[in-house]
Structures are given as C-alpha cells and as structure tokens.
Design a protein around this ligand. Structure first.
Ligand code: NAG
Ligand code: NAG
Length: 216
C-alpha cells in the first residue's frame, strides 16, 4: 500500500492502463471518500491519473512530472491481498518499518471496518526531498498514509494517519486533522485536505448559494 512507484509500474508490467484525465474525481471518483479527492495543487507539472487493471479502476494518482514521483495515490481497501512489491523506493532499514505498519493497518481495517461493511478509503503519498535517484527521480523526504472508514451515512467513523521521514524512525500515528496540518507545512500550502466528510458538505452548498445571492 505504501510502495508508490508500484502504482505506476504495475500497469507497465501487467498490461493495465494508465489514463491521464482532466479531473480524476469524475474519471475515477469511486476511489475517493465521498467522491472527493485530497487537495490537488495547481501547476502544469501535475497529472491526474486513473489506473486500471483488467478494466477495474485500481488507483487514482496525483503525479508530479517535475519530480517524477506521485504526490499521492488513492484506492479502496477490500481485504488482505498479496501485492507485488517494488522496494526500490525505500531506503533500507526503513522498509521493514513501513512493512510492519502496512500489515498492522491492513489487519486493523479487516478487523474493525470490513465486518461493519464500512467502505475503506486509503490515500498514501510522499513529500519530495532534495536528493535524486540516477539524477532523475526525487527521493522522498517523508512517506505518509491515511485511511478513513465511511459508514452508511458517508461519515468517517474510523480513521488514522501515519507519517514518517524516509529514514529509520518508526512512522508516527496521527489523527487525520494533525496529518493534514503536517502536510500543509511540508507541501508549503495553506491547507491540505485528505478526506471529505459528509458533515462538511452543507457549508459548500451554502457557499454556492451565497455566490448566487451576490450575483443576483
Ligand atoms: C467525520 O465526521 C464524524 C462525525 O461527525 C467525526 O466523528 C469524524 O471524526 C470525522 N472524521 C474526519 C476524518 O474528519
Ligand atoms: C493508531 O492510533 C489509534 C488511536 O490511538 C489506534 O486506535 C490505532 O490502533 C493505532 N494504529 C496503529 C497501526 O498503531
């Protein structure tokens, strides 16, 4: 789940397809909680990608063509599966830390969310650092991952975030809100939103009507 290069490599290796779309909320919105993607940065270097394998949409990836790394990938967790691994991205001993965590999260979700028929959305991303691999690909400074289990009313009932530097430290367990704050700082943006919670939807509608009022 955390091995991001896998996201793009998988299709190259397996004959799936990578589709660059104008808006991945309409292209593969089913991979996002309430159809809403995490924050997308403006800028011509970013691409929104829907990746399919055997006609199922697997990942929605926000990709940075300058740094040649995904910013994040989103997908739905449907149970424990064996996945192909591409470990290239990890600077060694740290790989095992994320592996352990990855397994722990998968077990937690299988225990706590899937039996309740919650829909489980995961987003996992990186923050570009300063080093390059082969003068091409940026080495991430941080990895992060976050999940949200949506109930029938489209509310995040169970959620947790994790972030760690690309070194030996154990990834830290955070609330979604705290992770959003960290990511805003690391990506140097005003705010970074990971999940839409249906409780946040009404204010958006109000804003729209306010806008209409002003125009009228
Ligand atoms: C989403 O809303 C529920 C219910 O109001 C709240 O308990 C939960 O913490 C929220 N989750 C996130 C990720 O904001
Ligand atoms: C992260 O923290 C939450 C809240 O304290 C806890 O329920 C969860 O088990 C922790 N997850 C992991 C993988 O450590």
């Amino acid at each position: 789940m955390l091995l991001l290069l896998r996201v793009l490599m998988l299709s190259l290796l397996s004959g799936g397809s990578v589709k660059v779309v104008q808006n991945f909320e309409s292209g593969c919105g089913q991979l996002f909680a309430n159809g809403k993607s995490p924050t997308r940065f403006p800028g011509p270097q970013y691409r929104q990608i829907c990746q399919t394998l055997n006609n199922d949409v697997y990942y929605a990836t926000f990709y940075d063509t300058d740094n040649k790394i995904p910013v994040y990938s989103a997908y739905k967790f449907e149970g424990l599966k064996d996945c192909t691994r591409l470990d290239k991205w990890y600077i060694e001993p740290q790989v095992s830390q994320w592996r352990v965590l990855e397994k722990k999260i998968a077990e937690e979700l299988s225990d706590q969310c899937l039996p309740k028929k919650y829909s489980v959305y995961i987003v996992t991303g990186v923050v570009p650092g300063t080093g390059n691999i082969n003068n091409r690909v940026k080495v991430p400074s941080h990895f992060w991952t976050v999940y949200c289990c949506l109930d029938n009313n489209n509310r995040c009932q169970i959620s947790s975030g994790f972030i760690g530097e690309n070194k030996k430290d154990t990834p830290k367990n955070k609330t979604v809100k705290d992770l959003e704050t960290d990511l805003a700082t690391l990506y140097n943006v005003d705010s970074f939103e990971l999940f839409d919670n249906s409780t946040k939807l009404p204010p958006k509608k109000q804003k729209f009507f306010k806008f209409l009022d002003v125009r009228l």
